[in-house]
Design a protein around this ligand. Structure first.
Ligand code: UD1
Ligand code: CA
Length: 454
């Protein structure tokens, strides 16, 4: 059967105590809802329908790039009512998989299994057994072990409340039957809501089989209702990603102190120290070592490079055998070739640094093209900005830029050129020569230091 997916995301999420709608709260750096959409996309459905309500416009604009069909639930009258909003757009011969926008860790494989347990005459119901099932809908089975209905916490009697198997809310069933059941729903229950869960008893009455699929882990079906649960899921996701890296051969100083908000690819024998945050697409080559407290975003770091503590690398390419930091900042559009050394308190922006070049201390290289084997002395600044325009600095191979040089761009420092320490260089410095631009040193004879009157 062709598949349609419905994601319920209209709930308010009051307990988040936030102006941001619950489904947009960030988990591993992106909205909770986008994790669910990603799992849905892996299933090759004909349509992914998102039922939205609270914070509607923000939700839609935040996920504007996703291939989903939006269905508005203007009033939150219950999960059954929510599903109803999406049904007019779903053909009768489809199979419908219902997901929750606030249950983000569910895996595509689990959903695939759920789909396979549903057909024209059967519902697939994802359940889990909890130590403390308080608050959830309980899965009621008959003497033969068949699922017969779901009872909500508030409607359950003492015996039913003792049941540990709960409804995760995720289920799959044929669209034609679902439509009929939904239109027969009533809200004469403890919460005055149209419960999606009531379709189970209707299905059973029609002779449907309800196949309970037990979730492989509790984490997969955990919902997010408040910031405590959000942090728990973040922790679960962190451990999952760290485990994947370790199984790929990466050594982690502490898997609990690594945050991955995106995708990380690693070579062999990579080492990552504590409190490292990796965002977007990060690639670490063979034997790369990342020191503590580094922030790496959308960057590639080639083999045998060492990143010392407290570095920020953002949208840059770092070549092989580089030594970076501590306390270095490599900014967007920077390309560092092989054997480059960038030391403490050095900022590199939109610059290309040639093989074997070094800028080891307190330097700003912005809009610069630096050749091979260049030595940039401490305290050098490419003066690239005149308040309106950004200008480029070019430094030739083997140049030696003296400490404290101000290179006022646009400017070229020739190959093998030297600039004298403390020079403000405003005109091109020719190849192979020493260029100086600083006041002559004088010593004033007979000068007296002013003295305080007593
Ligand atoms: C629901 C189930 C319960 C299950 C639990 C699992 C029902 C009646 N109960 O309970 O059996 O154990 O989930 O967490 O289905 N939503 C809408 N519109 C609405 C109401 C809800 O879009 O009018 C969405 C929410 O945004 C959320 C999901 O549906 O993503 C579940 O809603 P929630 O209120 O958390 O369901 P519960 O009543 O806790
Ligand atoms: Ca809930």
């Amino acid at each position: 059967m062709p598949l349609s997916i419905v994601i319920l995301a209209a709930g308010q999420g009051k307990r988040m105590k936030s102006d941001l709608p619950k489904v947009l709260q960030p988990l591993a750096g992106r909205p909770i809802l986008s994790h669910v959409v990603q799992a849905a996309k892996a299933l090759k459905a004909e349509g992914i329908h998102v039922v939205y309500g609270h914070g509607g416009d923000v939700v839609r604009t935040t996920l504007a790039s996703e291939p989903v069909i939006w269905a508005l639930q203007a009033e939150q009258l219950g999960t059954g009512h929510a599903v109803m909003q999406a049904m007019p757009a779903i053909p009768d011969d489809h199979q419908v998989l219902i997901l929750y926008g606030d249950v983000p860790l569910v895996k595509a494989e689990t959903l695939q299994r759920l789909i396979e347990h549903s057909n024209e005459r059967a519902i697939g119901l994802l359940t889990v057994v909890l130590q403390d099932p308080t608050g959830y809908g309980r899965v009621v089975r008959d003497g033969a072990g068949n699922v017969v209905r779901i009872v909500e916490q508030k409607d359950a009697n003492t015996k039913e409340r003792a049941i540990g198997e709960i409804n995760t809310g995720l289920m799959a069933m044929p669209a034609r039957s679902l439509k009929a059941w939904l239109s027969a729903l009533r809200n004469d229950n403890a919460q005055g809501e149209y419960y999606l869960t009531d379709v189970i008893v209707m299905a059973v009455r029609e002779g449907f089989k309800v196949n309970a699929v037990i979730a492989p882990t509790e984490a997969e079906v955990l919902g997010v209702n408040d910031k405590v649960q959000l942090a728990q899921l973040e922790g679960a996701l962190r451990m999952e990603q760290a485990t994947k890296l370790m199984l790929d051969g990466v050594t982690l100083a502490d898997p609990a102190r690594l945050d991955i908000r995106g995708n990380v690819k690693t070579g062999r024998d990579v080492f990552i120290d504590v409190n490292v945050v990796m965002v977007g697409n990060v690639e670490l080559g063979d034997r790369v070592r990342i020191g503590p407290n580094c922030y790496l975003k959308d960057c590639r770091i080639a083999a045998d490079t060492e990143i010392h503590p407290n570095c920020v690398i953002d949208r840059a390419e770092v070549g092989p055998r580089n030594v970076i930091g501590p306390f270095a900042r490599i900014r967007p559009d920077s390309v560092l070739h092989e054997d480059v050394h960038i030391g403490n308190f050095v900022e590199v922006k939109k610059s290309e640094i040639g093989a074997g070049s070094k800028a080891n201390h307190l330097t700003y290289l912005g809009d610069a093209t630096v050749g091979r084997k260049v030595n940039v002395g401490a305290g050098t600044v490419t003066v690239n900005y005149d308040g309106v325009n950004k200008w480029r600095t070019e430094i030739g191979d083997n140049a030696f830029v003296g400490s404290g040089s101000m290179l006022v761009a646009p400017i070229k420092i020739g190959a093998n050129a030297n600039t004298g320490a403390g020079s403000t260089i405003t005109k091109d410095a020719p190849e192979g020569k020493l260029t100086l631009a600083r006041a002559k040193q004088v010593t004033i004879e007979g000068w007296k230091r002013p003295a305080k009157k007593v």
